[in-house]
Design a binder for this molecule. Structure first.
Ligand SMILES: [Zn+2]
Length: 362
């Protein structure tokens, strides 16, 4: 068996890490296109620009339209090509970063991830999740190259709404359960090869850090302060979850997430919130014992993560709706096939059971 492990070239994390942006980008590029949504640009746009310009990196800022859709990727690619920019910097959450990665794939040059929230494990990976302009999951887009630099400023991350931080914890918890399921099923990682022992252990460390520091880190972020728990959980959500999911492989929790995006009512819920429901659904599919599942649900509830469909915006779903979600979760190429040999009926019933178990622990 061939096993593979890939990663970004450089990872930088800490309070005021943004002060190092220019000195770390300058060896990579003389010019940069920075994209972020209007809220993100208000928070980091001026600091990033002056820091880059201060190190001789000619910088252009462009507002991102908030959806990593083909239309938005094409628009920003055209701009990058017109400018002849040597680096694309994505600032914000997963969708802005995924768009920046796609633009680099099209236009070439360097790519920098600057997560301003620790909401997903997108910053380190070499793939984008492409959504429709309405926010429905469409496909994964895989690249040969990883980001050249990932720069996470924990002062910025702790200053963002805690909901994003919590969502990142859910996404990172899924990393362990999914990598472990893939490991047990001898499934593939995202490179279509066998996962390394390193990927499995990093995923486990990710989960351990979340269980040890998750509650206090969420409290700290709610207060807008940076503590060592915030550093530990940011590292878990961003670096360990990113290395873990890509190198360890993902399974049912993310397929359930992708299926849930079929229901318009879930569109206000974050990626991680939907993934959290996917985790419990996966644990039911695995046939985990009641105490194990209740422990995961109780931790989710403690952190304020959704454990029922109603909390995701889906009140009293019809069987037809749940069948639609289950069928989408089992679409060709879905990662559930990495570790599970199940039918749409199995997935639907696992979601119903997860919803029921979650409701009992609220
Ligand atoms: Zn995810």
């Amino acid at each position: 068996m061939i096993r593979t492990f890939e990663s970004p070239a450089e990872y930088v994390q800490g309070r005021h890490a943004i002060d190092q942006l220019g000195e770390r980008v300058a060896p990579l590029a003389d010019s940069a296109l920075l994209i972020g949504d209007s809220d993100v640009l208000e928070i980091v746009g001026a600091d990033a620009e002056s820091n880059l310009e201060g190190h001789g990196v000619d910088t252009t800022i462009e507002e991102f339209g908030r959806e990593s859709s083909q239309v938005e990727i094409d628009r920003i690619t055209e701009l990058a090509e017109d400018l002849g920019t040597e680096a694309v910097i994505g600032a914000g959450g997963g969708k802005a970063l995924d768009t920046a990665k796609a633009v680099r794939e099209n236009a070439g040059g360097a790519m920098v991830s600057m997560p301003t929230i620790a909401s997903t494990d997108a910053p380190t990976s070499s793939l984008s999740v492409i959504y429709s302009e309405d926010g429905e999951f469409e496909r994964y887009w895989f690249y040969d190259d990883h980001p050249d630099l990932v720069l996470a400023d924990t002062a910025v991350i702790a200053g963002a709404p805690a909901r994003f931080f919590r969502s990142g914890i859910a996404d990172a918890m899924a990393t362990w359960f999914e990598a472990d399921a893939v490991h047990r099923a001898s499934g593939d990682n995202f490179f279509g090869e066998g996962p390394t022992r390193a990927a499995h252990r990093l995923s486990k460390l990710c989960y351990e850090l979340l269980r040890e520091h998750g509650a206090s880190a969420v409290e700290a972020v709610e207060a807008g302060i940076v503590t060592e728990s915030v550093e530990a959980v940011t590292e878990a959500n961003t670096l360990l979850s990113g290395l873990g999911f890509e190198n360890g492989g993902i399974a049912a929790a993310h397929s359930v997430h992708n299926g849930l995006t079929q229901l318009e009512a879930t569109h206000h819920a974050t990626h991680g919130e939907k993934v959290n429901f996917g985790i419990v659904s996966q644990l039911v599919l695995e046939g985990r014992d009641d105490a194990f599942i209740e422990d995961v649900i109780d931790f989710s509830v403690e952190l304020g993560l959704p454990v029922t469909l109603a909390e995701l915006g889906v009140e009293d779903p019809s069987t037809a709706d749940l069948d639609r979600v289950a069928e989408a979760a089992l679409a060709d190429g879905e990662t559930i096939h990495n570790a599970f040999d199940v039918t749409a009926d199995d997935v639907r019933d696992a979601m119903v059971a997860a919803d029921d178990l979650g409701g009992k622990r609220l």
